[in-house]
Design a binder for this molecule. Structure first.
Ligand code: 13P
Ligand code: SF4
Length: 320
């Protein structure tokens, strides 16, 4: 097997590295997709940026030969399940997700088996093995709509994010059984520090991702997925916002609304004034270049597992 190539771009100006990526992308008919939590310079060179729902939709729809998914592993896996014939690359195979890891497939299967009369709804932040035990996949952008489309007396298991599940229970009046999982990034926001920020910026509206704990959801002017928070800020008339989700989203918020001020909410334990997902930030421009050059690391999903995981993802796309 030939050794992976890497060209040392460390001394290149950033613009030259970006140009090389764009040239390579064209030569290979590759589509570069990026989640809103990616580094600014990656969002800048991406063909498409979006939330988890938009990324899944775009992957299902592309005619590119290669998809380079700049995000975390489950996002690449979802793209591969939707496009088994395409080469799906991610910049760093180690870029995982604490929320997906909080749901062990075997334990989840036992939980599902113990409640045979329940419909199983899983957040997209899960492994293919968990999706294979699921009836309908949801993202934070469509969870409410999909749950409301189910009969009111339907018994539902919702996993793995207990904060998103609790939020959906509260706004729909359902009583879904919740798997006790969570995202370490969204759980470490500090209510006290955010309330102090609000005192200093009384006109600022508070935007909160539903993966945050309930007390934060309760002080929010808007609870929503990354795309929903962006949309709210673009249409709303306030001038300042405190943004309670991973701080990568500020790049697109500032792009879309250059006249507004977006303040990153701080984490409980962080010394810095923002809250970053270390997994998302593992991807760098150099790794994007190397992935395109080597066509590696490549996401592979066992075809039998992929077939089982595909159906609940397709149901999501049909219902949302
Ligand atoms: P959305 O982009 O769907 O809001 O998801 C947030 C998230 O945590 C992705 O890792
Ligand atoms: Fe996973 Fe949380 Fe990072 Fe999103 S922010 S990728 S849910 S660990």
């Amino acid at each position: 097997m030939s050794a992976l190539k890497t060209v040392d771009n460390s001394t290149l100006p950033l613009d030259t590295l970006k140009d090389r990526i764009l040239k390579l992308k064209k030569e290979k008919n590759a589509l570069i997709m990026a989640h809103y939590y990616q580094r600014d310079e990656i969002q800048e060179i991406a063909d498409f940026i979006g939330d988890s729902l938009a990324l899944a939709r775009k992957a299902a729809d592309t005619d590119a030969d290669i998809i380079l998914m700049c995000g975390v592993h489950f996002m690449g896996e979802t793209a591969k399940i939707l496009c088994p014939d395409k080469k799906v690359l991610i910049p760093d195979m180690e870029a995982g997700c604490s929320l997906a890891d909080s749901c062990d497939p075997e334990e989840f299967a036992e939980f599902v088996a113990a409640h045979p009369d329940h419909t199983v709804v899983s957040y997209v932040n899960t492994s293919a093995a968990v999706k294979a035990h699921t009836d309908i996949v949801v993202t934070s952008g469509n969870a409410r709509k999909i749950i409301e489309s189910l009969p009111e007396d339907e018994k539902i298991i919702f996993g793995p994010d207990q904060n998103l599940g609790g939020y959906i229970n509260s706004v729909t009046g359902r009583n879904m059984l919740l798997w006790p999982g969570a995202c370490h990034v969204h759980e470490r926001f500090s209510l006290e520090k955010i309330l102090n920020m609000k005192k200093e910026h009384p006109g600022a509206k508070i935007l909160v991702h539903p993966e945050c704990k309930k007390p934060l959801q309760m002080i929010a002017d808007k609870v929503g997925s990354t795309a929903a928070l962006l949309d709210f800020a673009a249409k709303d008339d306030a001038k300042e916002y405190i943004v309670v989700t991973e701080s990568g989203i500020l790049y697109e918020m500032r792009n879309k609304c250059p006249e507004k001020t977006f303040l990153a909410a701080p984490a409980e334990d962080a010394e810095c004034q923002c809250n970053e997902c270390d997994f998302m930030k593992m991807n760098t421009l150099q790794k994007v270049y190397d992935a395109l050059l080597n066509e590696s690391p490549e996401i592979e999903v066992d075809p039998q597992l992929a077939a089982k995981a595909l159906r609940p993802i397709e149901r999501m796309l049909e219902l949302s």
